[in-house]
Design a protein around this ligand. Structure first.
Ligand SMILES: [Zn+2]
Length: 268
């Protein structure tokens, strides 16, 4: 999490959100490889469309589900629909949900922003379906929210300054190209891949499938950082199938780092 901007207003009106997003746009620009994720508040959604025409507009799945369960029963297909990386898998689950015309109309009317991974732009390399990361920030400052507004602004500024200082210190000590926590996470995921079978087509290309199950097979193209399960493209980190090929192949002089997107680099 890297806090970019914060602001204060009395209520979440469209005008206020418009003002805030204009300030944000002055700071970071309207970029095609930017995703904005709203909490499904109407004013914010409209302001996002006005101020950031180029950016991808997403909405938080947790907020959506809070509304969903108040009105409809049977939400078991919504979770796999949101989490699926492949459009075919999303289509399969959402067809079950939309078989109820009331829910279909409700989704179209109130939740037209992107809340399911398969529709996200994979070049953004962020597959979060919730706004939990923003809630972390809210929690971090919640004890100070009763301060007079000038003191609150100053307090948050100082907290962010101290946070950046701490991170710069940590960052300067990091070695290697990619963040060590990411490499450790991927190395941990390479354990327990025994159920997968790798059939090579070339040095960097393979079909990976569950042992003896030809119905669950994926094509990995390691040199392109791609897998047909789409997880690698969306997260920027090799999926299980890719990790299986990478560890089976043990490419000479090629470290795990070469297969991780630059978004996870120490430099970034
Ligand atoms: Zn995969």
């Amino acid at each position: 999490m890297f806090p970019v901007a914060y602001g204060f207003f009395e209520s979440e009106t469209e005008d206020n959100w418009h003002w805030f997003l204009l300030q944000l746009r002055k700071a970071i620009g309207d970029l095609p490889n930017l995703a904005l994720c709203s909490d499904a508040c109407k004013g914010l959604t409209n302001a996002m469309k006005d101020v950031f025409p180029e950016a991808e507009k997403r909405e938080c799945f947790r907020h959506l589900m809070n509304n969903y369960v108040k009105q409809y029963a049977g939400s078991e297909y919504m979770y796999p629909a949101a989490r699926a990386y492949k459009a075919e898998v999303y289509d399969m689950y959402i067809a079950n949900v939309r078989s109820n015309p009331d829910i279909a109309a409700w989704l179209d009317r109130f939740h037209s922003l992107l809340w399911y991974r398969s529709a996200f732009n994979p070049t953004i390399k962020c597959d979060y379906v919730t706004n939990n990361i923003a809630e972390v920030f809210n929690n971090w400052i919640k004890d100070y929210k009763d301060l007079p507004v000038c003191d609150l602004a100053d307090k948050i500024r100082i907290m962010i300054m101290q946070l950046f200082y701490k991170r710069r210190q940590i960052g300067r000590r990091l070695e290697g190209k990619i963040l060590p926590s990411i490499i450790a996470q991927l190395n941990a995921r390479t354990r327990g891949l025994g159920h997968l079978e790798v059939i090579k087509g070339d040095d960097y290309v393979a079909e990976v499938r569950e042992n003896g199950d030809c119905f669950s097979r994926y094509v990995v193209k390691a040199h392109l950082r791609e897998c047909s399960c789409k997880e690698w493209q969306h997260t920027g980190k090799p999926c299980h199938n890719a990790l299986c090929l990478i560890t089976a192949q043990q490419y000479r002089n090629v470290m795990m780092e070469e297969f991780v997107d630059d978004y996870y680099s120490v430099d970034m």
